[in-house]
Design a protein around this ligand. Structure first.
Ligand code: PLP
Length: 437
């Protein structure tokens, strides 16, 4: 049954053109497997895993049952000076699949909270090792790290920053997006490793002794699927280490199998000191995030009198039992169905399918890795973003959910996707992009 549009007024929607949306709403009422069902009864192929989070596909019974059972057993209990078994068990399970050595886990409720938590841990760590002057953060242009004041400060998106105050003592590396040299790279971009030297430049400008951490997305998702140039992350790691700066990877999108390895850290062979996650940690079913810290970082804070609270930080819902139950069931599915590495098996097929669009008139670049793709369209004169938005609405009408940012289309289907569904997605894009050319 279509919803009565007059009933849409109360919900102030996030990151949405509210008035435009409410004049022509797109409502998703049900979901199962690879498909949503709209409230007017149409099947819509999920090309975005919801919002990069439903990696095991929709409507997983095991998760629903685990959540129901947990609600009946222990609905809520605090984790401040208290504990409950499932939070410890879930942290242990996460520790087993964590990037090597990053198995000390702080629970949050979202990606934004994970980022702000990681930044605070970085400063607390530096202070604990006698480097109390290190309070500065380095982010990157075109980085997206959520919407907390910490996240928008290290983030590099003008629209997220221009209206709001940001932290002082934050500087930014230049972004790595360089279509003039790297367009249609079949693999990681060849050019741009030297952009990591920006960190060296910022050390020269501010002094290493003022910098606590540098934070980047190993692959920037929300700002348009920007892949790291070959050698870039390695160089960043090397410079950060040399200057005693912690390296934080924001893996809110790349964590839990999106690139074909459990974490991007393994895909790129670079080990950061802290990894932020959220989204697919519970398959999107219950809000949760987790910050994975190295033992060095964690252990440095476990000093001083044992009665002292080592980190004055935490959330009412850190380690929420229901989220932990959803997370445990999610990890069971990931393990049983091999989903944390499935993107690697499909990567070649995925790339070939997506790159088959390259000769369409309006396309200026295609980027793909794991089960992610970015398709960049030429902007219309005086109307940036309008072409991709047309493709988005047209796809939705025809039965495909995609995501757009500016004139870039981002695809990130659930990791259960089959080849036939990839074909459907690409054919629908071929028609809609052609129609918007
Ligand atoms: N960090 C990255 C890399 C993200 O992509 C996102 C969300 O897309 C966030 C942080 C923020 O996560 P949340 O919306 O759960 O706060």
């Amino acid at each position: 049954m279509p919803t009565n549009t007059a009933a849409l007024d109360n919900f102030w929607m996030p990151f949405t053109a509210n008035r435009q949306f409410k004049a022509a709403p797109r409502l998703l009422a049900e979901a199962e497997g690879m498909y949503y069902r709209s409230d007017d009864g149409r099947r819509i192929l999920d090309g975005t895993a919801g919002l990069w989070c439903v990696n095991a596909g929709h409507g997983r019974r095991e998760i629903a049952e685990a959540v129901g059972e947990q609600l009946r057993t222990l609905d809520y209990a605090p984790t401040f000076q208290m504990g409950h078994p499932i939070a410890f068990r879930f942290a242990e399970r996460l520790g087993e699949i964590a990037p090597a050595g990053l198995d000390r886990i702080f629970f949050t409720n979202s990606g934004s909270e994970s980022v702000d938590t990681a930044l605070k841990i970085a400063v607390a760590y530096q202070r604990a090792i006698g480097q109390g002057t290190r309070t500065r953060f380095i982010g990157r242009e075109r980085g997206y790290h959520g919407v907390g004041f910490g996240g928008i400060s290290v983030g590099g998106l003008v629209n997220n920053r221009r209206v709001f105050p940001t932290l002082t003592g934050v500087d930014h590396l230049r972004h790595t997006h360089d279509p003039a040299r790297n367009a249609f790279s079949p693999d990681l971009p060849e050019h741009g490793a030297d952009l990591a030297d920006d960190l060296e430049r910022l050390v020269g400008l501010h002094g290493a002794e003022t910098i606590a951490a540098v934070i980047v997305e190993p692959m920037a998702g929300s700002t348009g699927v920007l892949l790291p140039p070959k050698g870039y992350l390695e160089r960043l790691r090397e410079i950060a280490t040399r200057h005693g700066i912690l390296l934080i990877f924001d893996e809110v999108i790349t964590g839990f199998g999106r690139l074909g390895t459990p974490f991007a850290t393994e895909k790129f062979g670079v080990r950061p000191d802290i990894v932020t996650t959220a989204k697919a940690i519970t398959n999107g079913a219950v809000p949760m995030g987790a910050v994975f810290c190295s033992r060095d970082v964690h252990d440095a804070l476990m000093q001083g009198p044992e009665s002292a609270i080592e980190l004055f930080h935490g959330y009412t819902y850190s380690g929420h039992p229901v989220a932990c139950a959803a997370g445990m069931a999610t990890l069971d599915i990931y393990a049983r169905e091999g989903l944390l590495t499935r993107a690697a098996e499909l990567e070649a097929y995925w790339k070939e399918a997506v790159f088959s669009l390259r000769d369409l008139p309006a396309i200026t670049d295609i980027r793909a890795i794991g089960l992610v793709a970015g398709i960049e369209l030429a902007s219309r004169e005086g109307a940036p973003g309008s072409r991709a938005y047309d493709v988005f609405t047209d796809c939705f009408q025809r039965g495909l959910l995609i995501r757009v940012t500016g004139d870039i289309i981002a695809l990130s289907p659930p990791l259960i996707v089959e080849k036939a569904e990839i074909d459907t997605m690409v054919e629908m894009l071929r028609e809609t992009i052609t129609a918007a050319a």
